[in-house]
Design a protein around this ligand. Sequence first.
Ligand SMILES: [Zn+2]
Length: 556
Amino acid sequence: MWIVDELENSIDIVELVSRYAKLKKAGANYKAVCPFPGHTEKTPSFMVSPAKQLAYCFGCHKWGGALKFVMDIENIEFKEALQILAGITWKKLEGFDSEKYKVQKNIYNLYKDAVSYYKKALENNPEAQKYLYDRWLKKEDFSKFNFGFSDSGISLYNYLKEKWYDDEMIKKSNIFVNIGQRKDKFIGRIIFPIQNLRWDFVAFTARILGKWEPKYLNSPASELYDKSEILYGLFQAKKSITTKNFVVIVEWQMDAISMQSAWFLNTVAISGTALTEKHLTVLKRLTHKLYLSFDWDQAGKKATKLALETIKNKWFEVKIIDIPKNSDPDELLKSWDNFEEYIKNALSPIWYYIQESDFNISSIEDKKKLLWELLEIVKNYSDPVEVDFYLKEIWKKLDIKDYIIYDYFKRISRQKVKFWVEKEKQEKHNFSLEEIAIWYILLDEKHKKFIEDNIIFPDNIWKDLKEIIENTEKIESFEITKRDKLKAISMKISSEEENDTENRIQEDLGNFVKKLNTFYYKKIVSELKEKMKSWDDNAFLEYSKIIKIAKQNNIK
Ligand SMILES: [Zn+2]
């Protein structure tokens, strides 16, 4: 059995979900106030079906079996969700108790122990503490971010040995330069442990106390730590990000700490790397509003532009916090309390681009080029008022007549999808004919026969539907998101039609199959017409055949 099936089968969704939401029995199902991040509600629209082993929210339309539920609720990737499920079913599972997973678990534990060692060492080192207090950090920050200090490789080594870690495991942890000499590579440094979204420690950043170089030293990339994926401070920030519905992204870990310490809890750091698509995937599940606050030097500017490029066309709204020259957020927080004002006055990418651009506005060519670039950015905004605001900004700034701008904008936005709000709506509410057909079959096997008997162009039906008609069980072999979606549709429709009589459903099905036939008919005809354009003889023959069948069956 595939590991995912094995895991999902050994977990009861009701038991799993009750770890996150207070479930109340409602008929055959359970109800709760929606626990998914980003959706707050008073009356419960979140349902769990023990029979289908599925959770579904009628408010925010998130759905899933055990695995997808964990991914959505914890904001984690597939791999991590698997590990959580494996953790829950630990005793029940044998096949998954693989060597690799054990090693990972041991490293997590080792890091946890190392962190508690480093923390103790910091408590005994007033000089290191002073460094942190001098940066305006508070006592609470020490425990929140688990600050530590590396004082002695030998005692760290002995401490780990006492906890029964063997040399091989200690070597794998990447903390020691040389185990024989018990040499901790972070010696003399303040330790900033890096956590993943689930709390586990996955790596360390360490700052030298004193004037030595390099100032900061990081753990190397590893199976647990991928810089292009992990955002520093996100574990601490994730709740605040969903509540405030925006995230502030800074360059350096220290900036994220200072910001959070100054009550800008929704701040994360990219740790001196570029903002990547992986970062965005993680953030997208929490919010679609990003505020960039990078350093104001050349490197920071470059990082900002690069980030804007990465964010473009991904349905994010982005603003750039315009801090005074020669300062970084960390320094600012020390001298100003009104960072809030900076957030409020953050620049749109439009302003930022214009401010930073080398375009010569008096050259028509440059002006046009800049205009297209700016409109491309505006297109990504979802709020019409905001869009209008930016368009105004452009015509004022570039000194072009407003109707020309609107005309250009219409052209550019027509080419692509409208705005993501509408896109999301479509994705959530419009199920395709194929999906509905599959739903009928899942609802009752006897509908399968009806569909089979009444479909007029059986050779043309979709692959998935064909598979389901051949064997309903096939659904279990579908890719998880697809499978869960189909099951969720069935849950949604069946609860809407709970009180419907069997006759009503039969009548609906009859109408639906008619719709299906019309759809296939139109599809076949348009394909044939294409072929007929190139005088394909077979296409002509086929065409008259199809028209005849359609007439006989009263399809228009
Ligand atoms: Zn919901």
